[in-house]
Design a protein around this ligand. Structure first.
Ligand SMILES: [Mg+2]
Length: 274
């Protein structure tokens, strides 16, 4: 038996094949990788498993993340990532192919949508059928102005946002993420978006399908209850809350969202291979 933070035996996680990780607060904070992450990823590969980083952060593309992880010592390729931008593209290509989409986000986000063949503009357009807001660390008051004008004057356009996270961790604390930005827009325009990323189960379901794994073979690791753990629960897979990031054990006790297991950090997983 190997016990988790709450005294529950988690040894069967050793038999999992698809390991889905949140990034910030789960495998690193800023540019500092957590202890045991590299060893754990090696073990997964040795056992013929697969690891994928699932992130609600739409401001970076998979190629940006490949570089970032390389800097902290993790070798990856495009297949190791699934972002809320990927989920947004799949959704829009299915439902709004060829239709005009107004998007507010980083240049990287807008380029990814365009490269996927979507009809995107970042300027006011009264003919748009869709408005999408993403986390934007290049945000300007001009962009906020245009988005509010779109939301107010183009009432027929469906309104989406990439992810509902309230805050994005930075080295001194946090800055407003997409959820907070959309709350600001709601106060200004009265409109609420449909959120696409975690806690919706879609990102997890798409990745399981893509790589041919079952729910029983899959486990989600994350540090945020209302997104990471909630998405795993709604997809019906096992979840592990890591206390290395946002959620504390007190948050866990008070939350209605519960994970299958609680670990201090992913380093605890190494106990399974001793
Ligand atoms: Mg996180």
């Amino acid at each position: 038996m190997v016990l988790d933070y709450l005294g529950k035996d988690f040894s069967y996680l050793k038999n999992k094949k698809l390991f889905l990780f949140d990034m910030d607060g789960t495998i690193y904070l800023g540019s500092k990788i957590f202890d045991g992450v590299l060893e754990f990823l090696d073990q997964i590969k040795k056992n013929g498993g697969h690891f994928i980083f699932i992130t609600n952060n739409s401001s970076k593309s998979a190629s940006d993340y490949i570089l970032k992880l390389k800097e902290i010592g993790i070798a990856t390729n495009e297949d190791n990532f699934f972002t809320s931008t990927h989920a947004t593209i799949l959704h829009f290509n299915k439902h709004y192919k060829g239709q005009k989409i107004y998007a507010q986000g980083t240049r990287s986000f807008i380029n990814e949508l365009k490269e996927a063949g979507l009809n995107v503009t970042d300027e006011f357009d009264s003919t748009a059928n869709v408005i999408v807001v993403a986390y934007d660390n290049e945000l300007t008051s001009q962009k906020m102005f245009t988005t509010c004008k779109m939301l107010t004057e183009v009432k027929t356009a469906k309104y989406y946002a990439t992810n509902p996270d309230w805050v994005c961790p930075v080295d001194f604390g946090s800055v407003p993420d997409c959820g907070s930005m959309c709350f600001g827009y709601e106060k200004a325009t009265g409109r609420k978006p449909v959120f696409i990323g975690k806690p919706e189960p879609d990102m997890i379901n798409i990745v399981m399908q893509k790589f041919g794994y079952t729910k029983e073979q899959t486990v989600v690791f994350g540090d945020r209850l209302y997104t990471d753990i909630a998405s795993g629960n709604s997809a019906g897979v096992d979840t592990v809350l890591d206390l290395s990031g946002e959620a504390t054990i007190n948050d866990y006790s008070e939350s209605t969202v519960k994970s299958t297991f609680v670990l201090q950090s992913v380093k605890d997983m190494l106990k399974l291979y001793e």
